[in-house]
Design a protein around this ligand. Sequence first.
Ligand code: NAP
Length: 281
Amino acid sequence: MTVAFLGTGIMGAPMAANIAKAGLDVRVWNRTRAKAEPLSDVATVAGSPSAAADGADILVTMLADGSAVAEAFEAASPASGTLWLQMSTVGLDWTDRLAALAEQAGVVFVDAPVLGTRQPAEQAQLLVLGSGPEESRPAATPVFDAVGMRTIWLGPAGRGSRLKLVMNAWVLALTNATAESLGLARALGLDPALFLETIKGGGLDVGYAHVKGGAMLAGEYPASFPAGLAAKDARLVVEAAGEEVDVAGAKAVLAHLEAAVEAGHGDEDMAALYRAVLKER
Ligand code: NAP
């Protein structure tokens, strides 16, 4: 089984490495080739999307957003019958557009975004939200098993991206709530660390608050999930909600993330929205 893997960023590089370690033949492509080169021990580094996809059975995309995925897919021009596992977070409109591109090309489209960040990707502990034709499951499973601890199959393509947005609304809200409670503690003259100590071990506790809150307290934001991409995801949540439901919280997170990005912190972890909460310039 040959896998063409497009996009070796924070998530894609460890995912591609884990697919190769599982025994599949992997060809990687990345726009900035230097980020694909470290994979040359386990995979073939291709100079173009089409060189990666030529003769491959499976195409995996793990790129920043919908337009990057569409561009890479068109450049890859995979053969009819190729199985496309689209694992980037692109939202609902783009998922429909990508499914249409796949149909035109005779490619089987599986919408399969992931939950988990840099470390779970490195440890092959992602949660895959798979959706697509039932008959694609046997071929997709070795790839999903190589990158994740579990795959949830949700039915027709599009459902994976729907659940991904639901989960992202939760993740973004937790990060923002952590930042606001830490910021408020500080503004009220308390040691902000008291917030994390006080929730610890009780019914209000959640591990994520300690991970992101720890980064906020340290003022150190190496990217697990870059703020620029988190802003993209908050926008996708707001767009998907439309007029159906009031996602005022997601809009508030988006405002903080946009402020952090505008201040030049888009490549830092999304925990850097704490800077916006503190009104840092
Ligand atoms: P990342 O490290 O910033 O990687 C982004 C990738 O997209 C890089 O390979 C980048 O190439 C490529 N790219 C961006 N614009 C492009 C364009 N116009 N044409 C071609 N390639 C382009 O981000 P990541 O965290 O790995 O995220 C990848 C996807 O996974 C995103 O959809 C993200 O929302 C999703 N995701 C991320 C996490 C997380 O915690 N990090 C978790 C779940 C899902 P260059 O190297 O050349 O810039």
